[in-house]
Write a protein that binds this ligand. Structure first.
Ligand SMILES: Nc1nc2c(ncn2[C@@H]2O[C@H](COP(=O)(O)OP(=O)(O)OP(=O)(O)O)[C@@H](O)[C@H]2O)c(=O)[nH]1
Ligand SMILES: [Mg+2]
Length: 395
């Protein structure tokens, strides 16, 4: 009996040892190189003792959650409808991931209607800075009394037949006029000196590790772009005539050392249709609120082309910048990689793209395409194009 009890004790002891051995070996050499996650509810923390294998990553630590230094008096600004929610949500995610999570700038949303609760709830959850929601006053989003409504309606009919994109749209025309002459005067925008315009469905492909607003201020820039191209002639047949009338009436607003030769190949007689694509802009609001710009906008507005043709805010802003700013005050952000259907700006230069974790295909870069106005921009600025551009042009 005593013997059998001793054997039983040996067997229990051996079993305990075996179980212990099993646990020790499975936790140190288990099948996984996956990080183990302890139950956060159990001890309030999540731990990952070992990182999964990664491709070589030269950055030794992740970027800081918040960039050091002060903030500029600046905001993102988006004009949108409630129905744009999920497309602007994507754009915000791109901006936040690549830039704003480190800087936490505010975001102003403007609409010709009231924003609904869902729009506000989702966008305010995505933006790392403050969000503000403004309704556009009716007088900034309606036909001015000097516009002949019948004439405008006939034009829309004709443009519809000619299949001109947005040619029959009233709201698109209000949008272009609003972006040309009013967004910077909205009460919510008066708090700020700098803006960065963002549209629904755009993408940003590279990390932006510095503050472009700060760059603009430090380098005395007032207007900037990433894509430039030729405008559809059918939408602006008399825009240049209206510009010439303005420059005749207000020669004092045309600055010396401007970029007229980017807009025109014959010293201003005709317009070559080059413009900066305004769905991306970083710019100075005080310039847009200046007497020079407001005189320019009022003059064009009274010419009627926002409704009798289909003038876009892109050529309107671009012509103003090229004539009323010195060429040094306009900046091309080669380092901000961007997409708005159907064009991509993917920075020229492989080293930059790798260092900034860019995910755009350099073959999609529009910059050196014949329909882009960027080569002309470099010529007018008297600057060398980025190293390696010929190679990327041929890809
Ligand atoms: N509130 C409001 N916003 C508008 C309206 N129409 C356009 N927008 C906004 O104005 C900006 C420009 O409009 P888009 O439709 O993107 O014009 P686009 O870039 O020329 O054309 P797409 O190729 O369709 O992008 C975007 O931020 C839109 O969300 C409108 O009727 N009301
Ligand atoms: Mg758009």
């Amino acid at each position: 009996m005593a013997n059998s009890q001793r054997y039983l004790r040996y067997i229990v002891f051996a079993l305990v040892c075996l179980i212990l051995l099993f646990f020790i070996s499975s936790s140190s050499s288990g099948p996984s190189s996956w990080p183990s996650i302890t139950n956060p509810a159990a001890n309030g923390s999540i731990t990952s003792p070992e990182k999964p294998p990664t491709t070589p990553n030269t950055g030794s630590s992740p970027p800081p959650a918040t960039a050091a230094g002060g903030r500029m008096n600046a905001t993102f600004v988006t004009l949108a409808r409630n129905s744009d929610l999920w497309e602007i949500a994507k754009s915000i995610r791109h901006v936040e991931d690549r830039f704003n999570r480190k800087f936490n700038y505010d975001w102003v949303f403007l609409n010709d209607d009231d924003f609904d609760d869902e729009f506000k709830k989702v966008t305010s959850a995505l933006v790392s800075g403050k969000t503000k929601y403004g309704r556009i006053p009716t007088e900034h989003w309606s036909f001015p009394d000097f516009i002949d409504q019948d004439r405008a309606a006939k034009v829309r009919e004709q443009m519809k037949e000619a299949k001109i994109i947005y040619g029959d749209s009233i709201s698109y025309r209000h949008m272009c006029r609003y972006e040309s002459g009013f967004f910077f005067r909205h009460p919510l925008m008066l708090d700020y000196e700098w803006y960065w315009r963002v549209e629904p469905s755009v993408e940003f492909f590279c990390d932006i590790d510095y503050d472009p607003f700060q760059y603009m201020a430090d380098n005395k820039k007032k207007y900037s772009f990433v894509l430039s191209l030729y405008e559809y002639v059918e939408t602006i047949p008399t825009l240049w005539d209206a510009v010439k009338n303005f420059t005749k009436a207000h020669p004092e607003h045309i600055v010396e050392g401007n970029m007229m030769n980017w807009l025109s190949d014959d010293d201003g007689k005709t317009y070559n249709h080059c413009h900066f694509w305004s769905n991306f802009e970083i710019g100075n609001l005080n310039w847009l609120r200046s007497k020079a710009y407001l005189d320019y906008f009022n003059s064009l507005d009274h010419a009627g082309g926002f409704f009798y043709e289909r003038w876009g805010d892109a050529p309107v802003h671009s012509i103003a910048a090229a004539l009323m700013l010195k060429k040094e005050e306009i900046h091309f952000f080669n380092d901000i990689a961007y997409y708005h259907v159907p064009f991509t700006h993917c920075p020229t230069g492989e080293e930059y793209r790798l260092q900034h974790k860019c995910h755009c295909n350099p073959k999609d870069n529009f910059d050196w395409n014949g329909y882009s106005c960027l080569s002309r921009y470099y010529e007018v600025k008297g600057k060398e194009k980025p190293a390696g551009y010929e190679k990327e042009q041929q890809q």
